[in-house]
Design a protein around this ligand. Structure first.
Ligand SMILES: NC(=O)c1ccc[n+]([C@@H]2O[C@H](COP(=O)([O-])OP(=O)(O)OC[C@H]3O[C@@H](n4cnc5c(N)ncnc54)[C@H](O)[C@@H]3O)[C@@H](O)[C@H]2O)c1
Length: 314
């Protein structure tokens, strides 16, 4: 299949592109490298360097004529979205509309959109939260992801194009950026190996649904294979507190048993855990990597990175 991945040079995108190439798909990446890395672009991939908001992105999609587009490019920082809402909206809403309309014009058969199960529901009264739970996002980021879903369904209703939104839980794994506010697993691993200070925000009893990156890649492939339109939660259905997560990571990385705590982040969601029955039933997808194994693989990556940078320093 001819598949274009926006944001393909990023954390999730780079793992996805590798898997698509392994499957024998013909792949193009569209990325502006605002957080993605050149070294994540493998040989044999067509590269379009452009922002999703630019006309060049539309032209790239028309030029490549993909059969499917997986739209991952985004401003991913929830706190940044609160500080700079127009910037977030420009990339995450206008950029998404630009990609969607170009896909329709190019005759793409399916668009798969990276949405967010951790933010579109807001504080939910049903845990694990199913897809039909009302949406009450607490951030511009979450609102933009919900808007992207609505625009996607609207465009798909008017064209011979399937639209699939995958609402990811908290994705973690090798190559995640340890410097942003997203990606607590990457942050903890990187700080523990670097012997840098680390603090858990608030009491640490806030919960998330942590899903390993290869399981998210498999969900995208399952959505391509099933050609299933609609909205699907992609997580584990398991709720893990930051304190418990820290414990697992500290044991693996050799950190102190308990971490320091600092002030809670205002407006931070207390609980998040998503019901994945629909993805199991319709996409025949199920997460395969346990938290312990996923943390082990992620820690191994950050240990290697740390060892390499200390070798360079000496
Ligand atoms: N990581 C998570 O836990 C998580 C959870 C839910 C949803 N998501 C979504 O998954 C997608 C991928 O996230 P990630 O964690 O791999 O983040 P990432 O920052 O590693 O990847 C985003 C990629 O998009 C590119 N990009 C950003 N703005 C762009 C623009 N204007 N034009 C073109 N390219 C642009 C970046 O350079 C980067 O390569 C995003 O849509 C994100 O919102 C991630």
């Amino acid at each position: 299949m001819r598949i274009l991945v926006t944001g393909g040079a990023g954390f999730i995108g780079s793992h996805l592109v590798e898997e698509l190439l392994r499957r024998g798909d013909t792949v193009a990446i569209l990325d502006d490298f605002s957080s993605g890395k050149r070294e994540h672009v493998p040989e044999g991939v067509t590269l379009f360097t452009s922002s999703v908001v630019d006309t060049a992105a539309r032209e790239a999609i028309l030029d490549f004529r993909p059969e499917a587009v997986i739209h991952l490019a985004a401003q991913i920082d929830v706190r940044q979205s609160m500080e700079h809402p127009l910037h977030d909206t420009t990339i995450n809403v206008l950029g998404t509309v630009n990609v969607l309309t170009a896909c329709a014009e190019a005759g793409a058969g399916q668009v798969i959109f990276a949405s967010s199960g951790g933010t579109v529901y807001g504080e939910s009264d049903v845990i694990p939260t199913p897809e039909d739970h009302p949406n009450a996002p607490l951030s511009f980021y979450g609102a933009a992801k919900r808007a992207g879903e609505i625009y996607g369904m609207m465009v798909a209703a008017q064209h011979p194009m399937l639209f699939t939104a995958l609402r990811y839980g908290n994705v973690y794994g090798p190559r995640q950026d340890p410097h942003g506010e997203a990606g607590v697993v990457a942050i903890f691993c990187s700080r523990l190996f670097g012997h840098e200070p680390l603090a858990i925000h608030g009491d640490g009893e806030q919960t998330r649904d942590y899903v390993f990156v290869t399981d998210v890649v498999a969900a995208n492939c399952a959505a391509l294979d099933a050609r299933a339109p609609g909205i699907f939660n992609i997580g584990t259905g398991l709720e893990t507190s930051v304190n418990a997560l820290y414990g697992v990571i500290a044991r693996r990385c050799g950190g102190p048993e308990t971490a320091a705590h600092d002030a809670a982040k205002p407006g931070e969601q207390r609980r998040s855990c998503i019901d994945i029955s629909r993805a199991r039933d319709v996409l025949h997808w199920t997460p395969r990597v346990s938290l312990a194994d996923g943390i082990d693989a992620t820690a191994a990556f950050f240990q290697m990175k740390h060892d390499l940078s200390s070798q360079h320093a000496h």
